[in-house]
Design a protein around this ligand. Structure first.
Ligand SMILES: Cc1cc2nc3c(=O)[nH]c(=O)nc-3n(C[C@H](O)[C@H](O)[C@H](O)COP(=O)(O)OP(=O)(O)OC[C@H]3O[C@@H](n4cnc5c(N)ncnc54)[C@H](O)[C@@H]3O)c2cc1C
Length: 399
């Protein structure tokens, strides 16, 4: 029996979306899946030829307006493609987020247009350095300093967890240009700087050390140390005096990132369901395919239902984003529910594979290792609960 094929449902359906989904599904199966299985065990990076093929499909500019060379589509299509890519390899679904109109905040108009165009074509792919050793969930605690020296900022401090930092063409860094005043919020004095760099190296004043993770291979993750790196003042996103907006725009970016993460989680959980459908018919015990046993059938049915439920929710929230409606609460809700679902459903997939699920001979362990991360990065499940609760109750004095 072939795996179930989810299609874009009404009212979201359009022939263009169905075509884009079918193309992404084919691309994921034929171009991504074979490489994922080869490269994940050796903890390699996404190969450049694959990035170029993704660029040719337009995946780095899904949300970039057509006048800048993008596909001119919305969060819905962006998440839909991300689900298809994550079904094959989460890292590939993640790297498309490191373009998508990066450079929008550059003040100089001609330069902004040039960066948007290169970003949409996949020629300018970056990294995002928000987290630090002592500022993870609490981003307002960012301590990396950017001191003004003439027409440049001089950066000093440490970042942690910066994915793709060395391979990137640029790193977007959240820094502190000033300490908050006694009556100001803790986020006052934060700014976002664009560090432009050569691919596959670090510029003078920046060093990096790769972090050995248990999954999410293809996306090498770095500890970074800034020691006197100079960044032109013109590279402050939002322009000079944009400090006030840096934290707010980071929060807005995180909203879209959360729905994108929910879509990636759905792709991973779907992978576990589809792999299990095949395995349950192949593996025989007690003289029957194990898929004949009701306990096994019911587990698979519940897994599949949870995937459908999470997809319907992320499509709804992506649609709200495209309508321009405020949806911070819903973005946090869907990130929470979809990623917790994916961690459990991929774990169920391992259970359905029995001992074989606990080996590297079957893909379901990779889906589980990657899904496990989705409840942690882009804001942990607990932080999503906090965001939701803060919109249901008066804010707690504990922050
Ligand atoms: C593989 C990987 C890739 C990543 N990629 C990037 C990247 O590219 N760029 C980037 O900037 N960051 C990245 N991150 C960082 C990621 O966003 C952080 O790990 C995440 O936000 C959690 O921060 P933390 O690890 O410091 O955990 P902590 O903040 O120390 O949290 C530890 C535990 O305490 C809980 N907790 C903390 N505060 C509260 C609270 N107020 N209420 C309830 N519970 C709380 C958390 O939920 C968690 O369970 C990545 C992380 C990983 C693991």
């Amino acid at each position: 029996m072939p795996p179930p094929i989810p299609v874009v449902p009404p009212p979201y359906h359009s022939p263009e979306r169905e075509r884009l989904q079918a193309q992404a599904r084919r691309f994921a199966a034929e171009r991504v899946l074979p490489v994922a299985n080869e490269l994940d065990p050796v903890k390699g990076e996404i190969p450049r030829w694959l990035l170029e093929e993704m660029a040719a499909e337009g995946y780095f500019g899904i949300t970039v307006p057509t006048e800048h060379g993008g596909l001119g589509l919305g969060a819905f299509e962006y998440c839909m493609v991300a689900e298809e890519l994550a079904r094959a390899w989460m890292s590939v679904a993640s790297i498309i987020a490191r373009a998508q109109g990066a450079g929008t905040g550059v003040a100089d108009e001609a330069r902004r247009h040039e960066l948007l165009r290169r970003s949409a074509r996949g020629e300018w792919i970056g990294a995002i350095a928000l987290s630090e050793p002592d500022a993870g969930s609490d981003l307002a605690g960012v301590a990396t300093r950017a001191e003004r020296d003439g027409d440049a900022f001089v950066l000093t401090g440490r970042k942690r967890w910066t994915g793709n930092a060395k391979a990137a063409d640029f790193i977007q860094v959240l820094v502190r240009t000033a300490d908050p005043g006694p009556d100001e919020r803790r986020s006052a004095g934060l700014a976002t700087l664009l560090v432009e760099k050569q691919r596959d190296s670090f510029p003078e004043g920046l060093t990096g050390r790769p972090i050995d993770k248990i999954g999410y291979h293809g996306f090498v993750t770095w500890d970074l140390e800034f020691d006197g790196l100079r960044v032109p003042v013109a590279n402050q996103l939002g322009g000079e005096n944009a400090d006030e907006g840096a934290f707010a725009s980071t929060q807005q970016w995180l909203n879209i990132a959360r729905v994108h993460t929910a879509a990636r989680a759905v792709g991973l959980a779907r992978a576990a369901v589809e792999d299990s459908i095949v395995y349950l018919q192949e593996r025989r015990q007690f003289e029957h395919p194990i898929g004949d046993f009701q306990a096994v059938r019911f587990k698979l049915a519940t897994m599949a239902a949870r995937v459908e439920q999470a997809r319907a929710f992320y499509q709804h929230v992506a649609h709200l984003i495209d309508l321009g409606q405020p949806c911070e609460r819903e973005a946090a809700m869907v990130k929470l529910l979809a990623t917790e679902m994916a961690a459990e459903v991929t774990g169920d997939g391992i259970q359905l594979h029995g001992g074989n699920g606990y080996t590297t001979e079957h893909r379901v362990e990779r889906h589980w290792r990657d899904a496990r991360l989705t409840t942690i990065f882009e804001g942990t499940s607990e932080i999503q609960m906090k965001i939701v609760a803060d919109r249901l109750l008066p804010r707690s004095p504990l922050g």
